[in-house]
Design a protein around this ligand. Structure first.
Ligand SMILES: [Zn+2]
Length: 689
């Protein structure tokens, strides 16, 4: 075909006389798969068939070129439809394997009107709406002339079609309405293609007919469509580019964007055998940030993740890590490093300015697609990060209500939307690395338990597998600044040598997650179970309680143990994995589960629940109150004795003495006073004299 003819075609004139295209499609549709498709479409009521661009190219490369020029697809689709007999049922030709264009390059000039293929993640989806197409009217006179009106072209009849009786069109009867379903989407670059620092590019998409409802927010889709422009002559600010959908395919959410060569796979296997692999991986995480060593160990496990298991319901394999502490400790830098350099798929979000629904998923009324009253489904960071890592910094800047949404998403790994009669379940199977500052920006390790100082909802805290709390240490940084800087430089230089090149580690992680699904062997399982029983019940005399405790903590241990095996590309998690994991978990509990009053590690603190020793304190306080009431109770002024400094102090000392006898060595005068006051308030609230 000459370039002149191509030009004519590209202007949509379709002046070709030759039947080359008809011959081409006759040839193509002889192939068994198309015969089958056409049969199926006729029987199943589908109104489209899918034609492979490669098939056109094989038979006639010149005609294949036409498909890629401006409006060429229109011409070819008409030829294709001409060939299908009877063609009434099939109205739409979908194309597959059209040359790929990256989403961020779509809006470049020269692409308009062309059929392109791209991919992205569905960020927003609008409602499904009927769009009027062909309406049929009939004149009410005896002649009954039928007039078809194209609603897409102004909805006015062609004067030549009107009835000869002279009746005005407005008096005609509407005898048939033909609607097409439509739906708007917005897709954006996949999390693999973006870094924490750049705003992902996006584009709107219009779906029609059987493409409608083929995807939900959070899906990664391959989209073939025509780059079109929506033009608003009155308000040019409202002009936008969009893709008019031709074909939609929902993709698997693996790491197919990360390719590795055979040589690299050999390199992975070599690396997996390194006896210091775990340490080397930890040293690769933000090597410039000194400190946060324990946190990095948990993050290393998190990057690999455990294996989801089915025990009546799905138990997640994803590991969630919480790091709370002073802004100066560098946690934000670690978060950014991990999201930018190591996680194969990651979405970074800040709690500042983002709402809980913004981080999970929202149904909102917005004018995004031109209609202000329309309900729109929007995927938040945790849905976009499905099958990857979601980093949420500045958790403390969110409202408790917003954080509750995150807590639900962390455990169920699903987000339910129900609004305006539309239900949807979105998947958020991601691991979450979250952090923030404690209230008032500092925690005090000497004052009650650490977790309650964070002012985070226990429901949310209990969803994290590893929790770290870094207290503020005034003076330390300043005093050691000079010496520290020299030491730090040395540490950093060493680390650079000992770590793994980040690009290699990122591929290694993707490979491990795609290929290795470790099972914990019996021996290792028993070690985890024994340790679990020990930390849950340090005094070893509370058998009944153990059976009623939630196994959440044990599950955390199991998936971390699987993650360590996966880190070494082993299908079996061994005793060594179990011991190493317990070590890391112990450090986390030291940081978040150490009870200053009992001096013990109490897992319940790390779960944001009442510490075990609180039962003892409550009992002691109750005893002291009853004792003092016997002596000093005045019905006119109950608990007047607590306002008398001498009697009150005697009560406080009594609580303290009884506490020490029961092993609460960390109990202080101010703790005791606080507890006594709480006890009295509780009695007054409950109306107990
Ligand atoms: Zn008439």
């Amino acid at each position: 075909m000459s370039s002149e003819l191509l030009n004519i075609l590209s202007d949509g004139e379709g002046l070709l006389e030759e039947e080359e295209e008809h011959i081409l499609f006759k040839e193509i549709f002889k192939k068994e798969e198309y015969v089958k498709q056409i049969e199926e479409a006729k029987e199943g009521g589908r109104n489209s068939i899918e034609v492979d661009y490669e098939d056109i190219k094989t038979i006639n490369p010149e005609i294949a070129e036409v498909l890629l020029i401006k409006n060429g697809w229109k011409e070819l689709s008409n030829y294709a439809l001409d060939v299908i007999h009877p063609k009434n049922e099939i109205k739409h030709i979908k194309y597959s394997n059209i040359p790929f264009i990256d989403l961020k390059d779509l809006k470049r000039s020269g692409n308009q009107g062309k059929l392109v293929r791209t991919e992205g993640i569905v960020k927003m989806a609008g409602q499904i709406k009927p769009d009027p197409r062909m309406f049929t009217y009939a004149c009410t006179c005896s002649e009954g002339t039928v007039v078809k009106v194209d609603m897409q072209k102004g909805g006015k009849p062609n004067p030549d079609d009107l009835c000869s009786c002279g009746k005005l069109f407005k008096h005609y009867d509407l005898v048939n309405e033909d609607y097409e379903q439509t739906q708007w989407l917005k897709i954006q670059e996949k999390p693999e293609g973006t870094s924490a620092s750049t705003q992902p590019k996006d584009i709107k998409v219009l779906l029609e007919g059987d493409l409608v409802d083929s995807t939900v927010v959070g899906d990664v889709i391959e989209l073939t469509g025509v780059l079109s422009a929506s033009v608003n002559l009155k308000n040019r600010n409202k002009n936008f580019f969009y893709l008019k959908g031709n074909n939609v395919k929902v993709e698997d959410k693996g790491y197919e964007d990360i390719n590795y060569t055979e040589e690299e796979v050999e390199q992975f296997i070599e690396l997996s055998k390194n006896p210091e692999l775990q340490e080397r991986i930890e040293k690769t995480i933000a090597p410039r940030i000194v400190g946060l060593e324990e946190e990095k160990k948990a993050i290393a496990l998190q990057l690999f993740g455990g294996v989801p298991e089915y025990e009546g319901t799905w138990i997640r394999g994803d590991i969630h890590v919480l790091v709370m502490g002073d802004p100066a400790i560098g946690k934000s830098s670690v978060f950014k490093y991990v999201s930018k350099n190591l996680a194969p798929k990651c979405v970074y979000a800040s709690g500042k300015g983002a709402s809980g629904v913004g981080l999970t998923a929202a149904v909102l009324k917005a004018g995004e697609f031109g209609d202000d009253g329309e309900w729109i489904f929007e995927a938040g960071a945790m849905v976009l990060a499905d099958n990857g890592l979601c980093v949420i910094d500045e958790l403390d800047k969110m409202t408790p209500e917003d954080r509750k949404h995150i807590g639900d998403g962390l455990e169920d790994q699903e987000i339910y939307l129900n609004k305006a009669g539309v239900n949807a379940t979105l998947r958020s199977r991601c691991s979450v690395l979250a952090g923030g500052n404690p209230e008032g920006d500092r925690v005090d390790r000497r004052k009650e338990d650490i977790i309650s100082q964070l002012k985070l909802d226990p429901h949310l805290i209990s969803r994290f597998d590893f929790i770290y709390v870094r207290e503020d240490q005034p003076g330390v940084n300043r005093d050691t600044a000079v010496g520290g800087a020299i030491l730090k430089k040395k540490v950093r230089d060493n680390r650079k040598e000992e770590g793994i090149p980040p690009e290699l580690l990122k591929k290694y992680i993707a490979y491990a997650r795609d290929h290795v699904n470790p099972v914990i062997n019996d021996e290792a399982n028993n070690i985890l179970l024994d340790w679990y029983v020990k930390v849950r019940n340090p005094e070893g005399n509370d058998e009944e309680e153990i059976s009623s405790l939630s196994a959440r903590f044990l599950q955390a241990l199991k998936r971390a143990t699987q993650a360590r095996a996966r880190m070494h590309l082993r299908e079996e998690a061994t005793v060594e994995d179990a011991y190493k994991t317990i070590e890391i978990m112990k450090e986390s509990l030291e940081s978040s589960g150490r009870d200053s009053i009992s001096g013990r590690i109490d897992v319940r603190l790390a779960e944001g629940r009442k510490p075990k020793r609180q039962d003892k304190i409550d009992k002691i306080v109750e005893e002291v109150i009853v004792e003092f009431n016997e002596e000093y109770y005045n019905p006119a002024k109950p608990y007047e004795w607590f306002n008398n400094p001498n009697i009150r102090d005697a009560g406080i000392i009594k609580v303290l003495e009884k506490g020490k006898k029961l092993g609460l060595s960390g109990l202080t005068l101010s703790n005791a006073e606080e507890e006594l006051k709480k006890g009295i308030t509780l009695r007054l609230t409950n109306g107990i004299p």
